[in-house]
Design a protein around this ligand. Structure first.
Ligand SMILES: [Zn+2]
Length: 212
């Protein structure tokens, strides 16, 4: 079951074609499957041309996207296990692009993926329970680094990505003409709303004075 489109697309990225390519122009359609509604993603592999098709059950309760990415509501994923979510987060966070907009996207994704790991932890527990791991790579990750699936540690990681993202939004963009007085010291860190604005139409206005 895919809770949202973002979750389905992430799953597809984690499951490349047999030829190894992830590049497929997915076309989504809603179908009736075993009496319920399902989302079908189909397309041809951009590399080898193989026809690929995945069908995801749709949740009874719809999750409305709140910014990008929205992988799901409060309930844990049934598609990726806790280990896979943390792998995704690590992978994205270790490869944050230099430009501000894409860096923001990467940090949003890394943070959201850690939040998905946290959803596996029941309120009265301190770590992801055993049944939060069911894939080979997920189980393997936990065996190597069990401590990383503790609530306390996951929250620190999540907050780090949040802070980095806020700093990014505050920092002057290198490709903009410098404003005379940046009020970067303005303190609005702690109670900033969780409202992540992606792609805020920063003008690609490069002022390169190359009249040397
Ligand atoms: Zn292929």
């Amino acid at each position: 079951m895919a809770r949202t489109r973002d979750e389905a697309l992430l799953y597809l990225d984690l499951h490349p074609c047999e030829c190894g390519s992830m590049e497929t122009d997915w076309e989504k359609s809603t179908i009736t499957d075993a009496g319920g509604l399902a989302a079908r993603y189909g397309g041809a592999c951009a590399e080898c041309g193989a026809e690929r098709e995945y069908t995801f059950a749709l949740p009874n309760r719809e999750t409305f996207p709140k910014g990008w990415p929205t992988y799901g509501g409060a309930e844990p994923s049934q598609l990726l296990d806790a280990g896979e979510w943390l792998l995704v987060s690590d992978r994205v966070a270790s490869n944050v692009p230099p430009d501000a907009e894409n860096a923001g996207h990467a940090l949003s994704m890394a943070r959201a993926a850690v939040e998905e790991v946290l959803k596996f932890i029941p309120e009265d527990q301190e770590r992801v329970p055993d049944h939060g791991f069911w894939t080979e790579r997920g189980v393997e990750f936990r065996e190597v680094e069990p401590g990383r699936f503790r609530r306390e540690r996951l929250e620190v990681v999540r907050d780090t990505y949040l802070d980095l993202h806020r700093e990014l939004n505050r920092a002057p963009r290198p490709d903009q003409s410098p404003a005379p007085d940046q009020d970067a010291s303005q303190d609005r860190g702690q109670d900033a709303p969780q409202d992540k604005r992606q792609g805020e139409d920063a003008p690609q206005d490069k002022r390169q004075d190359e009249e040397g």
